[in-house]
Design a protein around this ligand. Structure first.
Ligand code: MSP
Length: 653
C-alpha cells in the first residue's frame, strides 16, 4: 500500500451474501480490514471503512424460498447477524451498505445506463450450458462429454444447453487496457503471486460477459427493460462506489474514490481484479489502488463451507474469550496472503502463552506493583542506566518497524516484533527484580525508575496493539494513567519519553485469564448441559453477600426480545409450558416453568427476555433452546413483558 498523498484512506471488505449466517471466514476479512483501518487512523489518515451485505441474486432467492420467506425477509433477518457480529468484534466501520438500499440500486442503474450509452453494454443472445441444480451457467472451459453434453462440476448432474436473451458487457475490449494497467501498477493486485495469476488469466483472452438474467427476478431491473435483472456481481461490485456517494454525494465520492484497498478472499479475485476494473475503465472512473486477496481459514484442512459442515461460529469463541483473543489469533497466526488451518488447540495455546503469560502478566504485575509500592503515582525516577534507556530506544525502533509492517499489510510480522519487545521488557523486569528493590527504602528512586520504564513500555505497547486488540489496548492505556482516548493518538504524537512522573495510574484488572485446554474442549464437546432451571434462578438473598460479576461476564449473555408464536402444555408436567418463539434471526423452542401462573393462551403474542446463548437442554424429554427471565416469588413466576412495538430479536443490555 502506497502512502496516499491525499491523506485519505478508503478500505472495503467484500459485501457478504445473506443466504447464510456469518462464520469465521467472514469475520477474518472484516477483522483484517478493521485492523488496517484503525492503524491508518493512528497514522494520521482520514479513513473511510466500508462493509455491508450482498442481498440480491439467485442464491438469496433460493435460500429464502427454502425457508418459506421472501428474499427481503431473509435479508432483514440475516443482516442483523452480521451487524451484531461486527459490534461484538468491535469493528469500526464508517458505513454499512445493503445492496437493497435505494442509494445503491439507483447508482447501479445509472452506471448500467452509462455503459449502454457508451456502447460497452449491448443486447444479444447467450448460448450456454445451464445447470438447473446449481441454477448457474457453466464456465466455457468445461469440456463436452462424449454424448455432446456438459456435466456440472459442482453437482455432477447433466447441464442443459440453453439460449437466453441477455445484455453483454464488452469485456474483450478491455484485455489490453487491463494488461497495461497491471504492467504500470504492479501493486494493483497483492500479494504478487495473485497478480501473476490474474495476468495469466487476462493474457489467455477475455470473452464478453453476460451481465443480466431473465431467469432471476430478485435483483435490480435493467433500466428501461425490466424483464432483465442485473447480474448479481455487476450489482454487488458497484457497492464500493454507491456507498460513498456515487450519484448522491459528489463531495464524499470525490474525497474517497478511488478506493485504496479492496480487501477480499482469494475466491473472488477475478471479479475484483478483472471484471471490476474493466467496468470502471468503461465508465471512465479511476481504478482502485490495490486489490488484496487474502488466504482462507481451513478447518480440518478444507475450506469452511456450510455444505461440508465444517464452519466455525465466531460467536462461540467471542462469548467465551471476548473479541480481542479472536482478533489477535486470526491476525497473528498466518501472514495475510496464506491459508491457515484453524484448531482450538492452536487458539488456546496463543491465548495462554502470548496473551495471558507474556502480555497479561507484564501488565498486571507492573501495574499492581505501582499501586502497592506507590499508591498509583510514581515519583521522580532515579538516574537512567544504559539498560533502562534501552527499553525506550528499543520501543522507538519497534514503533517504526511496526508502522512499516502494518503499512505493508504484514500485520503478523508487526505482531511478531511486538512480542520480541515484550520478551525484552519481561526480561528487564526479571533482571531488575523490583519486588526485591521494594524491600529497601533507600532504593525507592531506583524502584520508581524500573517501574516507570515498564509502565511507559506498556503505554507504548497499548498504542501499537490498538489496531489489533482495541478493547484490551484501551484498558492498558487507562491503567497507565492516560486520560485522552487512545483512538485519538497518532504515531506522530506518541513518544516513549512523554511519561512524566506524577500521573495517576489505575489498579489493573486481569486482561486475559488463562484457559485450560482440556476443560475448554470438554465443555465444547458436552452435548447438552444439565437441565437449567426453567426460569432464572432466584436472586441472591439481599441480606447475604452479593456475588459481584464484572461487565464482561454479564456481556457474555445474549439477552434478546422473544416473541411467542405458539404455546402449549408439556404433557405430564404441571409446571411446564412449551413455547415456540421468534428471536429475530430464527424460531426456537423453549420450555418454561411458568404453567402455574400463565395459561398457554396468555403468552401467545407476548414479548419477553430470553437468554439466547444458553446451552440447549432436554427437560422432561422436550428440548429447550434458551430460557426466559421471570421473577419467582413463592414458587410462582411473574414474567416482565415488553411493549408490542419492541421488535423480536432486539438486544437487551
Ligand atoms: N457477495 C460476494 C462478494 C461480493 S463483493 C462485491 C461473496 N460473499 S460471501 O459471503 O461468499 O463472502 C465471501 C468472502 O468471505 C470471501 O471473499 C472472504 O473474504 C470471506 N471468506 C469466506 N470464507 C472464508 C474462509 N474460509 N477463510 C477466509 N475468508 C473467507 O462472495
Amino acid at each position: 500500500m502506497e502512502k496516499n498523498p491525499k491523506k485519505t484512506f478508503y478500505i472495503t471488505t467484500p459485501i457478504y451474501y445473506v443466504n447464510d449466517v456469518p462464520h469465521i471466514g467472514h469475520a477474518y476479512t472484516t477483522i483484517i480490514a478493521d485492523a488496517l483501518a484503525r492503524f491508518k487512523r493512528t497514522a494520521g489518515y482520514d479513513v473511510f471503512f466500508l462493509t455491508g451485505t450482498d442481498e440480491h441474486g439467485q442464491k438469496v432467492e433460493k435460500a429464502a424460498a427454502e425457508r418459506g420467506l421472501t428474499p427481503i425477509q431473509l435479508a432483514d433477518k440475516v443482516v442483523v447477524r452480521f451487524r451484531d457480529l461486527w459490534k461484538e468484534l468491535e469493528i469500526s466501520n464508517d458505513d454499512f451498505i445493503r445492496t437493497t438500499e435505494p442509494r445503491h440500486e439507483k447508482g447501479v442503474q445509472k452506471l448500467f445506463a452509462r455503459l449502454v450509452e457508451k456502447g460497452d453494454i449491448t443486447k444479444g443472445q447467450y448460448q450456454g450450458w445451464y445447470c438447473p441444480g446449481e441454477e448457474n451457467f457453466l464456465t466455457e472451459d468445461i469440456p463436452l462429454q462424449a454424448d455432446g453434453c456438459k456435466i456440472c462440476p459442482d453437482c455432477g448432474r447433466k447441464a442443459s444447453a440453453v439460449t437466453e436473451e441477455t445484455y453483454f458487457f464488452r469485456l474483450s475490449a478491455y484485455q489490453r487496457p487491463l494488461l497495461n494497467h497491471y504492467e504500470k501498477h504492479p501493486e494493483f493486485v497483492r500479494p504478487q503471486s495473485r497478480m501473476n495469476e490474474v495476468m495469466s488469466f487476462v493474457r489467455g483472452g477475455l470473452k464478453d460477459l453476460s451481465i443480466t438474467r431473465t431467469t432471476v427476478k430478485w435483483g435490480i431491473p435493467v433500466p428501461g427493460d425490466p424483464a432483465h435483472t442485473v447480474y448479481v456481481w455487476f450489482d454487488a461490485l458497484n457497492n464500493y462506489m454507491t456507498a460513498i456517494g456515487y450519484d448522491w454525494n459528489p463531495a464524499l465520492f470525490a474525497k474517497f474514490w478511488p478506493a485504496d484497498v479492496h480487501l477480499i478472499g482469494k475466491d473472488i479475485l477475478r471479479f475484483h481484479a478483472v471484471f471490476w476494473p474493466a467496468f470502471l475503465l468503461a465508465g471512465g472512473f479511476p481504478l482502485p489502488e490495490c486489490v488484496f486477496g487474502h488466504g482462507w481459514w481451513l478447518k480440518d484442512e478444507a475450506k469452511m463451507s456450510k455444505s461440508k459442515g465444517n464452519v466455525l461460529d465466531p460467536g462461540v469463541l467471542i462469548r467465551a474469550f471476548g473479541p480481542d483473543p479472536v482478533r489477535y489469533f486470526l491476525l497473528r497466526e498466518i501472514p495475510i496472503g496464506h491459508d491457515g488451518n484453524f484448531s482450538h488447540e492452536g487458539f488456546i495455546h496463543r491465548v495462554n502463552s502470548d496473551l495471558a503469560n507474556d502480555l497479561g502478566n507484564l501488565v498486571h504485575r507492573t501495574m499492581t506493583m505501582i499501586q502497592s509500592y506507590f499508591q498509583g503515582v510514581l515519583p521522580e525516577p532515579g538516574e537512567e542506566t544504559a539498560s533502562d534507556a534501552a527499553v525506550g530506544k528499543d520501543f522507538d525502533r519497534l514503533k517504526d518497524a511496526v508502522r512499516g509492517h502494518f503499512e505493508a499489510c504484514n500485520i503478523n510480522r508487526g505482531l511478531e516484533e511486538i512480542w520480541v519487545y515484550l520478551g525484552t521488557v519481561n526480561k528487564y523486569l526479571a533482571d531488575n527484580a523490583p519486588w526485591k528493590l521494594a524491600k529497601d527504602p533507600a532504593l525507592r528512586p531506583r524502584l520508581a525508575r524500573v517501574l516507570r520504564q515498564a509502565a511507559a513500555a506498556i503505554r507504548g505497547l497499548s498504542f501499537l496493539l490498538y489496531p489489533v486488540m482495541p478493547g484490551s489496548a484501551a484498558k492498558m492505556w487507562d491503567f497507565a494513567g492516560e486520560t485522552d482516548p487512545l483512538s485519538s493518538r497518532t504515531y506522530d504524537d506518541l513518544r516513549f519519553e512523554d511519561f512524566a512522573p506524577g500521573r495517576k495510574m489505575k489498579p489493573p484488572v486481569p486482561l486475559f485469564p488463562r484457559v485450560d485446554l482440556k476443560e475448554f474442549l470438554a465443555e465444547e464437546a458436552r452435548p447438552a448441559g444439565p437441565p437449567p432451571a426453567q426460569t432464572a434462578p432466584p436472586a441472591p438473598k439481599t441480606e447475604g453477600p452479593m456475588d459481584i460479576i464484572n461487565y464482561e461476564e454479564f456481556a457474555r449473555m445474549d439477552l434478546r426480545v422473544a416473541h411467542v408464536l405458539k404455546a402449549e402444555r408439556v404433557e405430564g408436567a404441571k409446571k411446564l409450558l412449551k413455547l415456540q418463539i421468534d428471536i429475530g434471526t430464527e424460531q426456537r423452542q423453549i420450555v418454561a416453568g411458568v404453567a402455574e401462573t400463565y395459561a398457554p393462551e396468555d403468552l401467545v403474542g407476548k414479548k419477553f427476555i430470553v437468554i439466547a446463548n444458553l446451552k440447549p437442554a432436554v427437560i422432561r424429554g422436550v428440548e429447550s433452546q434458551g430460557m426466559l427471565l421471570a421473577a419467582v416469588v413463592d414458587d410462582k413466576a411473574s414474567i416482565p413483558f415488553f411493549d408490542p412495538i419492541v421488535p423480536a430479536g432486539a438486544k437487551v443490555k
